[in-house]
Design a protein around this ligand. Structure first.
Ligand SMILES: Nc1nc2c(ncn2[C@@H]2O[C@H](COP(=O)(O)OP(=O)(O)OP(=O)(O)O)[C@@H](O)[C@H]2O)c(=O)[nH]1
Ligand SMILES: [Mg+2]
Ligand SMILES: [Zn+2]
Length: 375
């Protein structure tokens, strides 16, 4: 039996305000709410008029998301894909007619999401009601699969939804490669049900042999590794073939060349790029929001803003070892069943590191994640 939850929501708090666009749809929508309001107004004990209505949300058993009844005729709606979020209240949605609609989000969807920022995210499939002038209103967000998220304050922030692959991009030279950032990405991918690909860009700036230890480390763990150059095009064909017909998010530090890679994979995307600033060796945060682009031979790619650090969400200390697959055979040699492989004596993991059977870089990265420390 799907779980049901009654939600009391405030009735259109902003009802009195003039909507900026003021288009017909919004007016019709507000009129509907006014009609329902008559039967929902109550005087509370304090003598104030409270305007609330009860909505029954039904939980989706698969992903725990909640669905609420539509108060619009589904015939008037279309299914679209969220290309990007614009400001705090709107998004660009590609409709079935390939037009791009600037849509607002129904207030109840914001109320439902624990974190308003996740009410609608890039990559979402949504039911929206189009309005004149390529505008629209989003009434429902379809259940999400394949998400990439991070901790932000006291909640999770979803970077993108409905992707199958995540290209974790690092640079062979600058900006400096942070192993624990990559390992955090790998964990976030596993939690979100996304398959990671490791992309080492700027291969033109190094002797490929120098990259062998990093390539070997991730390849041995079973991950696909690509040594590529957006500049010369080396390795791009193989990466393009791998993501053909798939939904792939490109993520990593600022300045590693995510956007350059996408322009190289599909010349003509024309996404904006810029250099790494000399003084700090850091990127310039050229890409500001996640943007979906359709590949001409099938599939979608998502360019995302560079991130400095990735706080994991919903991972407790005891769980971290489970994401380091190469630790598994050695855990049973730990003296204490609850060993965190940190300061404990008689630790099978530390013995394996000392014997060269687990890479020191991965073990150090494990310790950093365990103590929630950055690079
Ligand atoms: N030598 C070399 N430079 C590259 C390569 N790929 C990208 N660059 C340069 O690296 C700089 C940053 O590239 P971007 O594509 O803007 O990096 P980004 O990862 O999208 O950065 P953000 O949008 O800030 O997150 C630019 O100056 C690019 O020209 C490459 O393969 N080789
Ligand atoms: Mg970029
Ligand atoms: Zn141990």
């Amino acid at each position: 039996m799907p779980k049901k939850r009654k939600i009391r929501v405030n009735f259109k708090k902003n009802r009195g305000k003039r909507s900026r666009g003021g288009h017909e749809l919004r007016q019709a929508f507000e009129q509907d709410n006014l009609d329902q309001l008559q039967s929902n107004e109550r005087v509370s004990g304090k003598g104030e008029l409270t305007r609330k209505r009860t909505i029954i949300a039904v939980e989706n058993e698969e992903d725990g998301s909640e669905q609420i009844p539509l108060d619009v005729d589904p015939e008037r709606c279309h299914i679209g894909r969220v290309l990007s979020i614009v400001g705090s209240h709107q998004c660009r949605v590609q409709g079935p007619d390939d037009e791009v609609y600037v849509c607002a989000v129904r207030q109840i969807l914001r109320t439902l999401s624990q974190n308003n920022r996740n009410a609608v995210v890039a990559g979402d499939r949504v039911l929206f009601e189009p309005a004149p002038g390529l505008q629209g209103m989003i009434h429902r967000v379809e259940p999400r699969t394949g998400t990439l998220g991070r901790g932000s304050g006291r909640s999770q922030q979803l970077i993108v939804a409905n992707v199958e692959l995540a290209a974790i991009v690092i640079a062979a030279v600058s900006p400096h490669f942070k192993p624990s950032l990559v390992d955090r990405f790998l964990i976030s991918c596993e939690k979100g049900g996304v398959k990671p690909l490791i992309c080492i860009n700027k291969a033109d700036l190094v002797d490929p042999r120098e990259m062998q230890p990093v390539i070997g480390q991730y390849a041995n763990l079973g991950y696909d590794v690509f040594l590529i150059s957006a500049e010369t095009g080396a390795g791009i064909d193989a990466l393009r073939a791998r993501i053909l017909g798939r939904q792939t998010v490109f993520s990593g530090q600022s300045g590693v060349g995510k956007t350059s890679l996408l322009n190289s994979i599909q010349p003509g995307l024309g996404l904006k790029t810029s250099g790494v600033s000399d003084d700090s060796g850091k990127g310039r945060h050229t890409t500001r929001t996640a943007v979906l682009k359709r590949l001409e031979n099938g599939g979608w790619v998502v360019d995302t803003p560079g991130i400095r650090q990735l706080r994991l969400w919903d991972v407790i200390r005891e769980e971290v070892e489970g994401f380091f697959i190469e630790f598994r055979p050695f855990v049973r040699y730990c003296r204490f069943p609850d060993c965190l492989h940190d300061h404990e004596i008689g630790c099978g993991i530390k013995a394996a590191v000392a014997a060269g059977m687990i890479s020191t870089a991965r073990y150090e990265s494990y310790l950093k994640i365990l103590s929630d420390e950055d690079e």
